[in-house]
Ligand binder design. Sequence first.
Ligand code: ATP
Length: 512
Amino acid sequence: MENDSLKKIISHCKAFGFVFQSSEIYDGLSAVYDYGPLGSELKNNLKSYWWKAMVHLEQNIVGLDSAIFMDPKTWEASGHVDAFNDPLIDNKDSKKRYRADVLVEEYLLKIESKINKEISKGKKRFGDSFDENEFKSTNPRVLKYSKKHQEISNRLGEMLSSNDLKGLAELINELEINDPVSGTSNWTDVKQFNLMFSTEVGSNTENTKKLYLRPETAQGIFVNFLNVINSTRSKIPFGIAQIGKAFRNEIIARQFIFRMREFEQMEMQFFVQPGTELEWYDKWKEQRLKWHKSLGLGNDLYRFHDHKNLAHYANAACDIEFKFPMGFKELEGIHSRTDFDLIKHQEKSKKKILYFDQKSGESYVPYVVETSIGLDRLFLSVLATSYKEEALADGSNRTFLKIPFEIAPVKCAVLPLNAKDGLPEKAKDIFDIIRFKFNCQLDIKDSIGKRYRRQDAIGTPLCVTVDYDSLKDNSVTVRNRDDMSQERISIDNIISFIDDRTSIINLLKNFS
Ligand code: ATP
């Protein structure tokens, strides 16, 4: 179920053209979304910020745009055909399907909230003298809950890594987890379900071939490793970055654009000398967190979640989690993937995938550190944090999107005070100067107050108002979205005024 603040964001997104349900006129395709006029602008700005930070600012990272379709052997080599599965369980009464691991994780969340309840009670009882750490390590109830939590999460981790489906079903029954819809525990066995979508290519039955829609962009980078080193002067350590669509047949289709069946990833694979990967892993962890924080949404909205149960190909992994309206959840994954993928492609393709180190005269298969962020989740993190409702001094209310100026979809609106007396013409002259440089709007209809509200609702940082004085002294008033302060500036300086406040260079300088 979506919580109230997420519901508000979803309806705001629809009303103002950020995100629409896909194929809505046919009642909508579940877990697939379209980005509207403003959503596509915001998405492009986010991509551009990531690309500039990753590819243009980093001297040793190059870009790539590989195809969605790949030879199906790619997915056999990477392990996706055999092992890219979710463990599923059905409830026989409601006929609903769930991810078995998520049912257990939700149970664990309930234990966590019981612990938090005890802590709040303790805080109330002990007031200023309350010491949370001491309370957690001595309070019998908290200790009991924590022990149970630890035991269950250890068992879950072991079952997932050893693919123990029978154990998972037993755990769900043992914990007496009921289906939230039917309220019963009438469960089926747990089955594996492959998340890849497939299609066919070829004109007749003899030469058709089964293809997969890529479930991650990373493999396009690995299979192009040799092409990139042969065509560029890249020397290890170096990275290859790309932005592109990925497809997963997700079972839990909810929480808006957080979990989609078609989504976009921004991934970077960094190739390093074996033995140095953990150093690079730590560096990229810090660097990526710094990038997120540079957006200015709030430093306390991010945290690391280090993985205890590592995927078979990783020797270290963590998530950068963001505080979404549904709680802290994964926004980006950082994985030390060893040489697993390159070795597998080497075996499958029977082509040597080696890097020749000129200094040592040795050849080796590089290790890889990956940073992988979901663009749609990044988009949601920005919108969810930016959505504000504010009571104004005059008793009215306004809803505004406090999107960082540098990534706002529309940078500036030009508003003539009245729709007569030569003001619209003057506004159009200004619009014609600035539209070559910024995405801006010329808005003439309705009262100025209404037009300000409209721009607030789509997060436009600056509104330029053209009044009668503008006709005489060639100046305009610029209103700031966040504090609604107004400033008089000369039209001659308008481009640099807007640029100083909205250029993506501001963010990049913050970050580098
Ligand atoms: P989750 O555990 O939430 O399913 P994951 O660990 O499978 O995610 P990765 O395979 O590490 O995700 O993918 C890298 C990034 O791609 C994630 O951090 C996330 O931002 C994004 N991502 C993954 N699956 C989806 C999805 N179904 N919809 C939107 N974004 C996704």
